[in-house]
Design a protein around this ligand. Structure first.
Ligand SMILES: [Zn+2]
Length: 461
């Protein structure tokens, strides 16, 4: 059953806590308070909470803790939780070719288990809103999108379900095997049905739907064009993979006579309602086009490292004004599945551009919060601790052995080990307490994921 919103008049008070609000001025409090009213933030500020508050159901002494906005994950493939640790030493194209045959055997039951594994890893690492790009729909796989949505709602994660797709298989010069793709008309009908059935555009929504053909090397030009038309007609966002590897760039040049960004531009895929995963191989003109159009980027440092894809030019994108958020990417190319650790990974990997200010700790935190909120089009609802925004908050314990000798709380989070998560609030509900999920038994999820992985591996190709 889905986690229900808390009573609208109930208050939760967090006091004596270091706060990084990630508002426009990067306001921080060394010892402040936050009051949650129902599912929103009623007040935030220095010192203790106002004394007159009534209906306070919980008071948290945040001594030795850091409060940040909940983290926002902008790119993932939840189903991959049950295909981790495979094709360990491959670049993207070889890794995909190795895994497609296994992925083409998934169904709704396996995706339910895998989605709970992925959502659990995200929640337990401080993530309060996530998107899941699902693009494998075998003919006899059942209601896969519905299964992933139900799985996530049971855990209480705020969600953007991406109805993905593939229609360019080997016979059309693409990468996926012929039996792993769908027909264009079926994809468009299913995408429109998913939006009609699930997309809730209201303030505080727990569920968005966006339309997300997989990548230039697995979808047709017609599908890209018509997906963009459909998304704009329905008022939902567009997502895909872009400029991930040198091989993809080569593919686009050979097939379309231009690089990925120019190709996306030619099919109506640059704009404020679009975000793309990776964007590693971008030249100055590509970055300028993203900045001019407001096209967003999901930066996935661990996955890019795992697949030896390269280092995205995040510092240059930020300087140009490109909206950038963080992504775990699917857990077949980032087995950890934690978003919290991506703050540090983004910071370190971007410094390999060769200068220490390439990404600061506070910029890394901003990427993982407000950056992601903007990329998902939810900057007015989530991503910072401000009055009126949704109560999506992460309370990190930083007085333990791993962090107590770091004076700067934000450095403890972004330079140090991922701190223990004391409480994670999503929509005003404590969905993680002392590092453990509250709505669903974690051990049951672990067992279901183990069974699902074994079952998938045993299915004949
Ligand atoms: Zn991906």
């Amino acid at each position: 059953m889905a986690v229900q919103p808390p009573p609208a008049d109930q208050r939760i008070v967090i006091e004596n806590v270091a706060i990084a609000t990630v508002d426009a001025a990067d306001t921080e409090y060394a010892r402040g308070h936050v009051v949650i009213l129902g599912n929103t933030i009623e007040s935030v500020g220095d010192g203790p909470a106002p004394a007159w508050l009534d209906n306070v159901v919980r008071r948290i002494n945040g001594e030795g803790h850091l409060l940040t906005p909940g983290l926002v994950n902008t790119h993932h493939h939840f189903y991959q939780w049950i295909t981790r640790g495979l094709a360990q030493d491959d670049i993207l194209f070889d890794w995909l070719v190795a895994l497609y045959p296994t992925w083409a055997r998934i169904d709704d039951e396996l995706v339910h288990a895998a989605s709970q594994g992925s959502a659990a890893a995200l929640l337990k690492s401080g993530c309060t809103t996530a998107s899941d790009h699902h693009y494998v729909f075998p003919r006899d796989g059942g209601d896969i999108l519905g299964a992933s949505i139900e799985a996530v709602q049971e855990l209480g994660l705020r969600f953007t379900a991406l109805r993905g797709s593939m229609d360019r298989s080997k016979k059309d010069g693409g990468l996926p095997p012929d039996h792993a793709v769908e027909e264009l008309d079926d994809i468009l009908a299913a995408s429109e049905a998913a939006v009609d059935r699930y997309h809730d555009a209201s303030f505080g929504s727990m569920l968005h739907v966006a339309i997300a053909p997989c990548s230039p090397f697995s979808v047709s030009t017609d599908l890209l064009r018509q997906s963009a038309e459909l998304a704009r007609r329905k008022g939902v966002r567009l997502h895909t993979h872009g400029s991930e590897t040198a091989e993809e760039e080569q593919f686009c040049k050979e097939l379309f006579g231009m690089g990925p960004t120019d190709y996306f531009e030619s099919v109506g895929w640059l704009g404020e309602d679009v975000w793309m995963a990776h964007c590693v191989h971008m030249n100055d003109s590509d970055i300028a086009k993203f900045a001019e159009t407001g096209t967003g980027v999901a930066h996935c440092p661990s996955s890019n490292a795992r697949l030896a894809a390269g280092i995205a030019r995040v510092p240059d994108m930020l300087k140009a004004g490109v909206p950038v958020g963080l992504g775990v990417d699917g857990t077949a190319s980032n087995e950890s599945g934690e978003l919290g650790t991506e703050l540090r990974n983004a910071l370190l990997i971007n410094r390999l551009h060769g200068y220490p200010t390439a990404l600061t700790g506070r910029q890394a935190l901003r990427l993982g919060t407000m950056g992601g909120a903007r990329v998902l089009g939810r900057q007015n609802e989530i991503g910072s601790i401000e009055v009126g925004k949704l109560a999506d908050l992460a309370l990190w314990k930083i007085d333990g052995i791993m962090h107590s000798s770091i004076a700067d709380p934000v450095a403890a989070l972004t330079f140090g080990a991922l701190p223990p998560l004391a409480v994670l609030f999503v929509n005003g509900n404590a969905v993680v307490e002392k590092g453990r999920l509250t709505a669903v038994n974690e051990d049951r999820i672990a067992r279901a994921c183990a069974r699902a992985a074994k079952e998938l591996a045993s299915r004949p190709v």
